[in-house]
Write a protein that binds this ligand. Structure first.
Ligand SMILES: *Cc1c(COP(=O)(O)O)cnc(C)c1O
Length: 464
């Protein structure tokens, strides 16, 4: 048994990096399809005999993995919000996997504990918070929203002697990410536990309705714990008016949480930052480094304006691990995870190797190209842009001439593009209309790629 031979580690490590570097060179050239799509049943049937037989050479296995994986590094990958990570971030991931420091207690992850605090302080300062702010990293936006809302709940519960006998809810726009609904359900609240606020024609929360929605909730004996702003929404990339929500929360003494999983990264750009104005008034906010910041998944920051609140979510004690003091350096006290991935190492590698200026230039570029693409597509008489983009998410649809056939046509197109594999895009529904949805994350994607996509769509004959 040779699980730990350092010579072999070196040998196979070099082989794997060579293979991945070749893959990266091909994919970033824009040649090669980014999506080798096969139906799940077909792929299982094809591959499972080989899996049962096994691979003599691990290199052959690696080749097969690449052959059946979507490539996020291709500039024609403009689908979901997960990025093709910066190579140095991927290497940071390798280092994290090798070191495998869990970090629930300080001594099991000294470096990562220091890095988390450093990066949380960077974020707090970018967001305009003072030194009371604290936070941590956790495994994804879904868990991050739950962690913040659990803290909000604990704080609200503390004001009542019989909180378990009350009905509770959070308020959030009807366009919010489903993780907020899941958080409410995980906290044991049913459908009444989530109050969906309607959106305006730009898919932003109708903050003018908050007062009456709160009155209605209270009339039904429901206590509102928090209002959640979206910055931005997943479907259309629309930013809620965070200042208005902050004012409302302050007036009624409610917790203000911002789900900035996608758009929180804007704070790293001087040009883009104004759109998240008001985030500094939030009691808590989250954002994903694995969306707009070129970091391998998962790496999500959770920030609390008052650091004390960051200890609220999980009060159970595991005495053998943790003492009773609020020791900032034992991260497991504040996170859902016990053993945690060294996610911060991926972030720090990018931070030091590329630096904040390059990150800012990258953010500015992807937003600029998204705007250019929107303007160009909107000028095409057979296409329509859903909303002028506020982020790097752009939804548009093909107009087949007759409105009654538009939904069917766009569903067909998305399916065809998936099967064909040169581009990868997704779809969404806005007010009953089906749109093609794109998220521009590659630093290599240009307007010309969107133009190629439109040409391709025009060449597909739609059977209507
Ligand atoms: C992506 C996203 C999430 C979920 O984040 P994961 O890291 O995928 O768990 C939550 N909220 C918003 C607005 C998102 O865009």
């Amino acid at each position: 048994m040779n699980f730990t031979n350092s010579d072999e580690f070196r040998k196979y490590g070099h082989q794997l990096i060579d293979l991945l570097a070749d893959h990266l060179a091909l994919q970033t050239s824009g040649k090669g399809h980014c999506m080798p799509y096969m139906e799940a049943d077909d792929l299982y049937e094809k591959w499972s005999p080989k899996l049962a037989e096994g691979y003599d050479r691990i290199e052959d296995f690696w080749q097969d993995v690449l052959a059946h994986s979507i490539s996020l590094h291709n500039p024609k990958y403009i689908g979901h919000q997960v990025n093709g990570p910066a190579y140095i971030g991927a290497l940071g991931g390798l280092m994290a996997s090798y070191l495998n420091n869990g970090g629930a207690v300080y001594e099991m992850g000294m470096a990562m504990t220091i890095f988390e605090r450093f990066m949380i302080e960077q974020i707090a300062s970018k967001a305009g918070l003072d030194d009371k702010a604290e936070g941590f990293f956790t495994s994804g936006g879904t868990l991050a929203n739950l962690s913040a809302l659990l803290a909000a709940r604990q704080k609200a519960f503390a004001q009542f002697s019989d909180p378990e006998n009350k009905k509770w809810a959070v308020m959030v726009s009807e366009q919010s990410h489903y993780s907020v609904d899941r958080a409410a359900k995980t906290m044991g609240w049913g459908n009444e536990g989530i109050i969906h606020i309607p959106v305006d024609d730009r898919c932003k929360m109708r903050t003018d309705l908050l007062e009456e929605q709160l009155r209605d909730a209270r009339a039904n004996d429901i206590e509102v714990v928090a209002v959640v702003g979206s910055a931005c929404t997943t479907s259309t990339g629309s930013f809620d008016d965070l200042e208005a929500i902050a004012d409302f929360c302050q007036k009624h003494d409610l917790w203000f949480h911002v789900d900035a999983a996608h758009g929180g990264a804007n704070m790293f750009s001087k040009k883009l930052k104004p759109i998240i104005k008001g985030i500094e008034k939030a009691d808590s906010f989250i954002f994903d480094f694995h969306k707009l910041l070129l970091t391998p998944a998962l790496a999500t920051a959770v920030i609390f304006k008052n650091g004390e609140d960051s200890y609220r979510a999980f009060t159970e004690r595991a005495a053998y691990l943790l003492s009773d003091e609020k020791d900032w350096y034992n991260l497991g006290k504040r996170t859902y995870e016990c053993t945690k991935n060294m996610m911060i190492l991926k972030v720090m590698n990018i931070w030091f190797h590329h630096g904040p200026e390059q990150i800012e230039a990258y953010l500015d570029k992807i937003h600029r190209v998204t705007k250019e693409a929107a303007q160009w597509i909107d000028q095409q008489s057979d296409f329509e842009v859903a909303l002028s983009p506020e982020s790097n998410i752009l939804c548009f649809r093909y107009l087949p001439g007759e409105e009654s056939k538009a939904n069917e046509a766009n569903l067909y197109l998305r399916e065809k593009i998936l099967q064909e594999g040169e581009f990868y895009i997704v779809k969404t529904v806005i007010k009953g209309k089906h749109y093609l949805r794109t998220t521009l994350l590659s630093p290599l994607t240009e307007l010309s790629h969107f133009q190629e996509l439109i040409t391709k769509i025009r060449e597909l004959s739609i059977p209507l």
